[in-house]
Design a protein around this ligand. Structure first.
Ligand code: AHR
Length: 497
């Protein structure tokens, strides 16, 4: 048995907990929208056709911001198709996922849904097949008070008040050859810069996200970020990151996935700061990690050549306990970088590699990954503390030697929340947390996701096999918290002080 150590001291902080770190993503892909969040005729549907069972789970999940409408979908999307009387909306081909898009759900429905759900909308504009004018038209429709063609059209469509959408993505994954309207870094950087400048003329209060790489394995990774930032540094607020991880038969390496996420974030921060130095700018560009998750991509069959379908079942992965532990570790990593990562969206909310699964006409249930997200969102509040874990190393084939322990803590008015992952697939890990700087803390509760079978899953007929359970083995003794973290586990320990 080995011991890992951390110190919880409110004097050492990283940044406030930005609630926008608890974001999610709704794309017109598969059954995320249709029969996911929206299913008129479902027994639980409200007057808008929104599934209230999914709305309740969304609130329980603690989602704060939701990105929409894509994803790859947005790169061929005409936003005008999704506004106005539903009967007049065209049915189109969606080239990204080979879907039939009926446009029964569009911007107006999305904004209504965000208000019912109590989340902030984050919109993406199409910079694949479209450009500056259409982005400005959409922004004028959404945010201009009235008295112009597009804002008056919104009013005519029943929305007298502007939507007031602050967060906007300048396209999606345009570095990827699969993207409709794929571009070189120079092509995209120039287009994004000119679009951003024009959008700020329509509404100076928008916050704009420049597309970074689709993932850190792209051959253009690093160079893409440097080039697009050199074009658009002064016009944008954020650069995006996307990353998905899978087990691929290597549990030990998979449990260490957050090590890669950590390196990815640090590489993009360095690149953004390099461009700032080169351009002699003091204003920092922050990071929007607006797609992250676990995803068994090996199971995803390419859609090329498949027939066009309405709401096909796409990437409806059933997640394991190990995947929940990794998702918990991603949230720890995002919090540890809360000084630079100020928006993050787990992808996606319903059915598509999602924490919430549904059946058409049937139930909605919590996947394993639901639990670490919901608990972190609920209890990680206030300020992120710098805890500087030291732990015995763990050898992995995928990432070499990695720390066994991943941990972060947050401090709010009522106490401290400690989040910890034992990445070791085979052995428990003893944790000693020095609490002396907290005064006289008392243990409130401690929960863990820790299954003897790390591949256990939740399913429609067994939706609560994997749930957080009390972490049994812990005590506070002489200013030190002692906990035994089970193998391959995620834990949340709450202290009052
Ligand atoms: O989230 C699924 C897809 O993954 C998104 O459409 C795309 O942006 C990413 O490659």
């Amino acid at each position: 048995m080995t011991t890992a150590r951390i110190t919880l001291d409110p004097a050492f902080t990283i940044a406030p907990v930005n609630r926008r770190l608890f974001g999610s993503f709704v794309e017109h892909m598969g059954r995320c929208v249709y029969t996911g969040i929206f299913e008129p005729g479902h027994p639980a549907a409200d007057e808008h056709g929104f599934r209230t069972d999914v709305l309740e789970l969304t609130r329980e999940l603690g989602v704060e911001v939701v990105r929409y409408p894509g994803g790859n979908f947005v790169s061929g999307y005409r936003w005008e198709d999704g506004v106005g009387p539903v009967a007049d909306r065209p049915t189109r081909l969606d080239l990204a996922w080979r879907q039939i898009e009926t446009n029964r759900f569009g911007l107006h429905e999305f904004i209504t849904w965000t208000r019912v759900a109590g989340v902030e909308p984050m919109m993406a504009v199409n910079l694949g097949t479209r450009g500056i004018q259409e982005a400005c038209d959409l922004l004028e429709y959404a945010n201009h008070p009235g008295g112009t063609y597009w804002s008056d059209l919104r009013i005519k469509h029943g929305a007298a008040e502007p939507y007031g959408i602050r967060l906007w993505c300048l396209g999606n994954e345009l570095d990827g050859p699969w993207q409709v309207g794929h571009k070189t870094a120079d092509e995209y950087g120039r287009l994004a810069n000119e679009t951003a400048k024009a959008m700020r003329l329509v509404d100076p209060d928008v916050e704009l996200v420049l597309c970074g790489s689709s993932n850190s394995g792209m051959p253009t990774f690093g160079a893409w970020e440097a080039t697009v930032l050199e074009h658009a540094y002064d016009a944008v607020d954020y650069i995006s990151l996307h990353a998905y991880y899978e087990e691929k038969g290597d549990l030990a390496g998979f449990l260490a996935s957050a090590v890669d996420m950590d390196r990815f974030i640090e590489a993009v921060v360095s690149t953004a700061d390099h461009v700032a130095a080169k351009l002699r700018r003091r204003r920092k560009i922050n990071l929007s990690f607006d797609e992250w998750n676990v995803w068994n991509q090996a199971d995803f069959t390419d859609r090329a050549g498949s027939p066009y379908e309405e709401a096909p079942r796409l990437i409806e992965d059933t997640f394991t306990a190990a995947e929940a532990v990794v998702v918990g570790d991603f949230l720890i990593t995002l919090l540890r970088h809360a000084d630079r990562v100020t928006v993050a969206c787990q992808a996606q909310l319903a059915n598509i590699i999602a924490p919430i699964r549904t059946e058409p006409g049937g139930p909605a249930w919590r996947q394993t990954i639901f639990h670490p997200f919901a608990l972190t969102s609920r209890h990680a509040r206030g300020t992120v503390l710098r805890v500087e874990p030291t732990s015995p190393p763990l050898d992995t084939d995928r990432y070499g030697e990695v720390p066994r322990l991943s941990a972060v803590a947050t401090r709010d008015d009522d106490g401290v929340t400690l989040l910890a992952v034992n990445r070791d697939p085979g052995e428990p890990l003893d944790l000693a947390a020095d609490l002396r700087a907290l005064g006289r803390p008392a243990l409130d509760f401690a929960l863990a996701i820790a299954e003897d079978d790390p591949h256990r899953v939740n399913e429609r007929d067994a939706p609560a096999r994997v749930v957080p359970r009390p972490l049994a083995d812990l005590r506070v003794d002489g200013g030190t918290l002692h906990a035994r973290l089970p193998a391959a586990s995620w834990s949340l320990i709450r202290l009052t002080c």
